[in-house]
Ligand binder design. Structure first.
Ligand code: GDP
Ligand code: MG
Length: 441
């Protein structure tokens, strides 16, 4: 039986390969999503053309509809573009390893310096923080406070010596680090609000003075379309070996990640996600890809759904329909519970075979409704669950009271269920099995 079933499903779902129309339609959506996420236009164009090429060759999956499948390819392609696995810091053969931070003012360099120091210390390193932003009056103090919190020494020009020269401070700090047996030196630098030749020259001079193993470009994820020009300027002005995206706790969709990756060709190594020192993580290309697409964990759901439903659920469900059994409220509840742990219910249900067509009804069942729906169905007698037709006004009032909802809630659920049941019958009919009508409902 199961062979025949999967045959039927593949006939319904599979057209062999994704059609150009499928791909174009989905690519249009993706293009909009990328632009909305502030990915720079040339980057979007390049990405879409690579996507189309790849999607054309793809076999149709049985478990996913064409749109879902293209989205899955998009996601994989984005993850690959964003760097696959996150890269680790490169350590110098002879310590100290020198990490220099560069970026616009306010991008989060000083904060990152503190975070990196804390993180590296936690891994058993002996970092030294170096204050080379002598432009802003408070910058040295800011680094000292962060260093204090991280429990890491801060090398800074001595107070009273007047405004020091950042290049000399940088050079001296390396000697200091060697004397103090520090194995990592993190050099914080000054930035300007815009790209500025003098600032870039200073950054380049500091670079030449410390000969860094890593030059990390820190960029605010909220920067939007300016990401490209800013990244280009730092790439050409100082050279970049790695990127850190900051302020990812904000609501930026993160298109800057893709743009910067495209422009610099360098890996995004870390994500900065708040003002506190612990708000910091290695960069996860897969999470970023989902964020850029604005789909939250839908993609994960697609993957989970593909794995979980392809064999088991799909066949059991289809067997039930084709076996002529009535789809009852009990089944409805069971299905809801089965998919509950997978995430947003409407999304998961919409992925179930046959359920995709019921998207509109399903969209109403969000997670907030789930507990309500569960309570309502649980307040019904087994007889009522199998045959909701017997639910007259007084029974509905009893159920509403029993589950702590209004009669309107009960009515809505029953209407929605009636639609679902109708759909199930049609599916049964479509498969040439009249069995759905065997039991009266
Ligand atoms: P710099 O000028 O590049 O050194 O930037 P700062 O490290 O001084 O950061 C500028 C401002 O952004 C400060 O108020 C920081 O607290 C804040 N900031 C830095 N990184 C983050 C982050 O990841 N998330 C949030 N919400 N704020 C951040
Ligand atoms: Mg700073």
């Amino acid at each position: 039986l199961s062979d025949r079933l999967s045959g039927i499903f593949s006939k319904l779902k599979s057209k062999g390969r994704l059609t150009d129309a499928d791909i174009d339609a989905t690519a249009r959506e993706i293009r909009l999503a990328l632009l909305e996420a502030d990915v720079a236009l040339p980057v979007v164009k390049d990405f879409i053309s690579r996507l189309k090429e790849r999607a054309r060759g793809a076999e149709v999956s049985k478990a996913l509809n064409p749109a879902q499948q293209v989205i899955k390819i998009v996601h994989e392609e984005l993850v690959a573009t964003l760097g696959g696995e996150a890269r680790r810091l490169q350590f110098a053969k002879t310590p100290p390893t020198v990490i220099m931070l560069a970026g616009l003012q306010g991008s989060g360099k000083t904060t990152l310096a503190g975070k990196l120091a804390r993180w590296l210390k936690g891994q058993g390193h002996q970092p030294l923080l170096v204050a080379c932003d002598l432009q802003r009056p408070n910058a040295v103090n800011q680094l000292q406070v962060l260093g204090g919190r991280a429990g890491v020494e801060v090398y800074a020009p001595q107070p009273g010596n007047g405004v020091g020269d950042p290049v000399s401070v940088a050079r001296e700090s390396i000697e200091h680090a060697k004397r103090q047996m520090r194995d990592i030196v993190i050099v914080d630098t000054a930035g300007r609000l815009g790209i500025d030749a003098e600032m870039m020259q200073q950054a380049a001079d500091i670079r030449d003075a410390v000969d860094p193993d890593e030059v990390i470009f820190v960029i605010d994820a909220m920067i939007g379309q300016d990401a490209v020009s800013t990244a280009q300027a730092f790439r050409d002005g100082v050279g970049i070996t790695g990127v850190v995206l900051s302020k990812l706790d904000g609501d930026a969709r993160g298109g800057a990640a893709l743009s910067v990756r495209h422009v610099t060709g360098q890996p995004i190594m870390f994500a900065s996600t708040g003002e506190k020192l612990e708000d910091f993580d290695v960069f996860h290309p897969d999470r970023m890809a989902s964020r850029i697409l604005g789909m939250g964990d839908v993609l994960t759901l697609i993957e989970q759904a593909e794995a979980a439903f392809e064999d088991d659920q799909k066949e059991r469900m289809a067997a039930k329909i084709m076996g002529g059994e009535t789809f009852t409220l009990e089944d409805f509840l069971e299905q809801l519970q089965a998919v509950r742990r997978m995430g947003p219910i409407a999304n998961v249900l919409a992925m179930m075979p046959g359920m995709g067509q019921m998207k509109d009804q399903l969209a109403e069942i969000d997670d907030k409704h789930f507990d309500k729906v569960t309570a309502i169905i649980r307040s019904m007698t087994p007889g009522e669950r199998t045959n909701p037709k017997i639910l007259n006004a007084s029974r509905r009032v009893r159920i509403a009271n029993g589950s702590g909802v209004t009669v309107t809630d009960v009515n809505q659920l029953l209407n929605r269920f009636a639609d679902a049941q109708k759909m199930m019958k049609q599916m049964g009919g479509m498969m040439g099995m009249p069995g759905m009508r065997r039991k009266a409902t």
